[in-house]
Design a protein around this ligand. Structure first.
Ligand code: UDP
Length: 243
C-alpha cells in the first residue's frame, strides 16, 4: 500500500479512489477479511476521546481521507493527500466493480426499508449487481445473531455497514471474523443517499469543501455534531504548535 499521513494520531492512507478500489478487490480475491474506514473531522475528534475507536482506526486495513477537514489538516502539516476519497464515492466505485465481477454484496444499516430501496436503485444503476442480502440498522441482540449468520451463509464478499460513527466501526471490529472472508466498510449515511432518502451536496459545494454546510442546512439538528468541526480545527492547530 501507499504512504500514510497521520492526522490526530490516526494513520490515513494517501490513496486515490482507484488505488483504494484495487486494494479492496485484491483483498477480496485473496479471501482476506478486511476493514475499511472513511475518516472525517467528526470521526477523528471522537477518536480523541474514545480509545476503542482510536485503536480500531489505527488497526484498520485501510482508512481513506473522506472529509474535506482531513485534507485541510494534512495541509497544515505541509502534506497533501492525492485526493479526497469519500465514503459514498468509494462505495459506488466498489459496487460498480462488484457488478462487473459478480461479487456478492450485503447492505446492512439505515432505517427500515432503506437498504432495500438502495438495493433496488443499485440494480437499476449498475445492472447486475449481486446483492445477496439487506438488513436495517435497528435490531435486537437476538436479531443480530441472525444478521451475522445471514451475512456469512450468503457468502458475502462486500459488506457495507451503515450504523453511524462509531457504532459501525465497533460493530465491524467486533464481528468481522464471524462473517467469513469479507470486505467490511463503514459507510455512514451512504445507504440513505443510495436509497434516495437524502441527497448529496451539489458538486460545486463538494469541490469548495462546503459539504458540511449543505448537510447542516438540510439537517439543522446536526448542529451539536457539527461542534466537532471547530474543535477539530483547534486540535489540529494545537498539534502543529506542539511539533
Ligand atoms: N443508523 C442505524 N442504526 C443505528 C444508528 C444509525 O442504522 O443504530 C443509521 C441511520 O439510519 C443512518 C446512518 O446510520 O442511515 C448514519 O448516518 P449519518 O448521516 O449519521 O452518517 P454520516 O454519513 O454523517 O457518518
Amino acid at each position: 500500500m501507499t504512504s500514510t499521513i497521520d492526522i490526530l494520531s490516526v494513520p490515513i492512507q494517501n490513496v486515490t479512489i482507484e488505488e483504494a478500489c484495487s486494494y479492496a478487490f485484491q483483498c477480496i480475491d485473496e479471501g482476506k477479511t478486511t476493514a475499511i474506514a472513511t475518516a472525517n473531522a467528526e470521526m477523528l475528534m471522537r477518536a480523541c476521546h474514545d480509545d476503542e475507536l482510536a485503536h480500531i482506526l489505527q488497526q484498520a486495513d485501510l482508512v481513506v481521507p473522506d472529509g474535506a477537514g482531513v485534507l485541510w489538516a494534512a495541509e497544515q502539516q505541509g502534506c497533501h493527500f492525492k485526493e479526497r476519497v469519500t465514503g459514498v464515492d468509494l462505495a459506488c466505485k466498489l459496487l460498480e466493480e462488484a457488478a462487473v465481477r459478480k461479487t456478492s454484496v450485503y447492505l446492512f444499516g439505515g432505517a427500515e426499508g432503506v437498504a432495500d430501496m438502495a438495493a433496488a436503485n443499485l440494480q437499476r444503476k449498475y445492472g447486475d449487481v449481486n446483492i445477496v442480502g439487506t438488513h436495517s440498522g435497528f435490531f435486537t441482540a437476538e436479531e443480530e445473531r441472525e444478521i451475522i449468520n445471514d451475512i456469512r451463509c450468503k457468502g458475502t464478499q462486500i459488506l457495507l455497514v451503515a450504523l453511524g460513527v462509531p457504532k459501525q466501526e465497533k460493530w465491524i471490529s467486533n464481528h468481522m471474523y464471524e462473517l467469513g472472508p469479507c470486505l467490511c466498510m463503514g459507510v455512514g449515511g451512504t445507504l440513505d443517499v443510495l436509497s434516495g432518502k437524502s441527497a448529496r451536496a451539489p458538486k460545486w459545494m463538494q469541490e469548495h469543501r462546503l459539504e458540511w454546510l449543505y448537510r447542516f442546512a438540510k439537517e439543522p439538528t446536526r448542529f451539536k455534531r457539527m461542534l466537532a468541526l471547530p474543535k477539530f480545527v483547534i486540535a489540529v492547530k494545537g498539534n502543529k504548535k506542539a511539533k
